[in-house]
Design a protein around this ligand. Structure first.
Ligand code: GAL
Length: 642
């Protein structure tokens, strides 16, 4: 598969007379893909049941005639006013019980049956009209599920759908569920919370104090399943009328639905990469780190998501559907990327196996919410800075190899259900599952290691020298068995196996590791400004468990508490959330044969089947392989195979 570039385009934003010239310029630049349509419902169906495809027919024809391949988005992220007027109760409700109104986008509740039916109608009409159109090379369902915090809705329709979902989770006689089984599984004897009937169960918001974590966790799992079902309804329709591959555009650090489950219904995973916005908005980085990388982005955040979505995509197929091209409009501060960063981000995606990188967007919009968001062109159609960087990548792609996947030496498991459990019960300010996994990921990257992310149902760990499974609060027994049998080393903890599937502490106590008497005797979260020093080097900074039993202890705190303990010949339980130095140290201790590197600050390395890349995220030059790499510099070498 050749690596290719594309762009997001909104023909409905521009006079039709401009389309042909736009298409010609895209083709001249060398772009392959153009994504259109995902917000244009009102133009497609101005009033209920009356479709106007004429403009879209012409837009697709114009783009296709220029040699571009069209990715057509279903427009269900922006239901027009007439849909909302017809179904006023389709609007989502926030955790405070307030209706989230019309006037922007994503104003729908995943559980509203009437809205789902409207979606089926518009998607069917599109699929019938364009399913066999030669220019339609791929589909995108909806746009960024969960954007603007829209997965959890506390509406009446969500409440009744949740009750039905719970009946299915705790099946009983006939169509009704087994309410006693639910009460027992959730521990509802506590605070007299036992229910007599599923219809007594409410949503886990607006309670006097915290709700039962089992209840809150179940609601998150339900909400995730609603996204899967919503997406599947569109996929089923598209597949009935089209053979083109189907994608969805996921986001950065969005974990409130199970992307692996959505991805199982799709052909391609794609994600929308806004490195500078994410650094400001959701990386959780310190102020000093944000200042150092404000025009480059976090050196690991993009790579982590590239590796995550490679795992979400069927057979590893993944794209960047939206790539930041310049300043955006939505973060606390919106600086311009350092010159060269758009090129670096593009190459980094290719280094992690992307088939395509599409820039958001072709031309900056002079109107409405995103008028402060750069494009490849300015509003006056003059080339913006990123245009030239995209042209540079195009030229460099000419002699670059095709997508060449290769198994990485180390793997990290990522489990959206564990993320939900940590979110419900973080046990300390700012502690999150995503944060823990990302810290392990960064430690690997600082050692120059390429990483594969694995879904939680992985049972075959062949070929990995090291597998990390931190923080997975519910661990099925067969996973524990498979990890014990892995040929490489395994690092677990903290909180591994800390709960059963319904949020109860199991006995025997965690981690209940097969063949081991290791026990987590007590848990504590610790203040980041009171780190616990570790004998030798490094510190525990987030979460610390007290261990009893187990085999050899390979790391102690300075207070002599066991910190990293073997619970099987090749399995190490790490009882603390460490700083980077500690995580890097433990990786080298348990897997000394890994070929690690001492990379200077800001430099990252990535190996594919055919190439080795270095990316300079630092704001100063660094030396590597005898070369001086400038800020935003990319070094690409053929891999030494064998
Ligand atoms: C994405 C979204 C786009 C656009 C972009 C702006 O999250 O999918 O439609 O809003 O952000 O950066």
């Amino acid at each position: 598969m050749k690596r290719s570039l594309g762009v997001c385009y909104y023909p409905e934003h521009w006079p039709e007379a401009q389309w042909a010239e736009d298409a010609a310029r895209m083709a001249d630049l060398g772009l392959t893909w153009v994504r259109i349509g995902e917000f244009a419902w009102k133009r497609m169906e101005p009033v209920e049941g009356q479709y106007d495809w004429s403009w879209l027919d012409r837009a697709i024809e114009t783009l296709g005639a220029a040699g571009l391949r069209v990715v057509l988005g279903t427009p269900t992220a922006t239901p027009p006013a007439w849909v909302v007027a017809k179904h006023p109760d389709m609007l989502p409700v926030d955790v405070e019980g307030r209706v989230r109104g019309y006037g922007s986008r994503r104003h729908y509740c995943f559980s509203h049956a009437g809205y789902l039916e409207e979606c089926r109608k518009i998607v069917s009409a599109m699929a019938k009209r364009y399913g066999r159109n030669a220019h339609i090379a791929a589909w995108q369902t909806d746009n960024e599920y969960s954007c603007h915090d829209t997965v959890l809705s506390y509406s009446d329709c969500a409440r009744s759908a949740f009750r039905d979902w719970l009946r299915g989770q705790f099946p009983g006689a006939g169509n009704d569920g087994d309410i006693d089984a639910l009460n027992a599984a959730w521990g509802n004897v506590f605070w007299s919370m036992d229910y007599g009937d599923f219809d007594q169960i409410g949503l886990p918001n607006l309670t006097v104090t915290e709700t039962n974590p089992a209840h809150a966790h179940a609601f998150r799992r339900f909400a995730s399943d609603q996204v899967v079902a919503f997406n599947r309804a569109q996929v089923d329709i598209l597949r009935a009328h089209s053979d083109a591959p189907i994608a969805h555009n996921y986001m950065g650090r969005i974990t409130d639905f199970d992307h692996f489950k959505v991805g199982a219904d799709l052909d391609i995973a794609s994600w929308d990469s806004y490195p500078l916005g994410f650094l400001e908005d959701r990386s959780g980085a310190t102020d000093a780190h944000q200042r150092a990388y404000s025009r480059q982005g976090d050196p690991d955040f993009q790579a982590f998501h590239h590796d995550l979505y490679r795992a979400v995509g069927k057979d590893g197929r993944w794209w960047i559907m939206e790539q930041q091209p310049g300043p955006v409009n939505w973060a606390p501060y919106n600086p311009a990327p350092l010159p060269g960063m758009v090129r670096l981000w593009t190459w980094e995606a290719f280094a992690h196996g992307a088939e395509a990188v599409c820039y958001f967007r072709w031309r900056q919009a002079p109107f409405a919410q995103e008028q402060m968001h750069a494009g490849l062109l300015r509003p006056d159609s003059v080339e913006a800075e990123a245009f030239g960087e995209a042209a540079d990548v195009m030229a460099e792609l000419a002699d670059a190899p095709d997508v060449s996947p290769a198994q990485a030496p180390v793997a990290i498991m990522f489990d959206y259900d564990a993320d939900a459990m940590w979110t419900v019960q973080p046990h300390g300010t700012d502690l999150s599952y995503f944060g823990l996994v990302f810290d392990w990921y960064r430690a690997c990257r600082k050692l120059g290691l390429s990483v594969d992310i694995l879904p939680p149902d992985t049972r075959d760990f062949d070929g990995y020298a090291l597998v990390m499974v931190p923080g997975m609060m519910h661990m099925p027994d067969d996973l524990k068995g498979a990890l014990n049998a892995a040929a490489g080393q395994v690092i677990l903890g903290p909180r591994s196996g800390a709960r059963d599937a319904h949020f109860t502490i199991p006995t025997p106590l965690p981690p209940a590791w097969p063949g081991s008497d290791l026990v987590v005797e007590r848990v504590q979260s610790i203040r980041p400004d009171l780190p616990i020093l570790v004998e030798g080097a490094g510190a525990v900074v987030g979460y610390l468990e007290q261990l009893g039993g187990g085999e050899a202890c390979i790391l102690h705190t300075e207070g002599k508490a066991p910190l990293a303990v073997r619970c099987a010949p090749r399995v190490t339980y790490m009882a603390g959330w460490g700083d980077d130095a500690l995580h890097m140290r433990l990786i080298k201790m348990v897997a000394p044969d890994l070929a690690t590197h001492n990379l200077p600050e800001g430099l990252r390395r990535r190996e594919t089947g055919a190439e080795v890349f270095w990316f300079n995220y630092a704001d100063h030059p660094v030396e590597i392989e005898g070369e001086i790499l400038q800020p935003a510099g990319v070094l690409r070498r053929a891999a030494m195979l064998g």
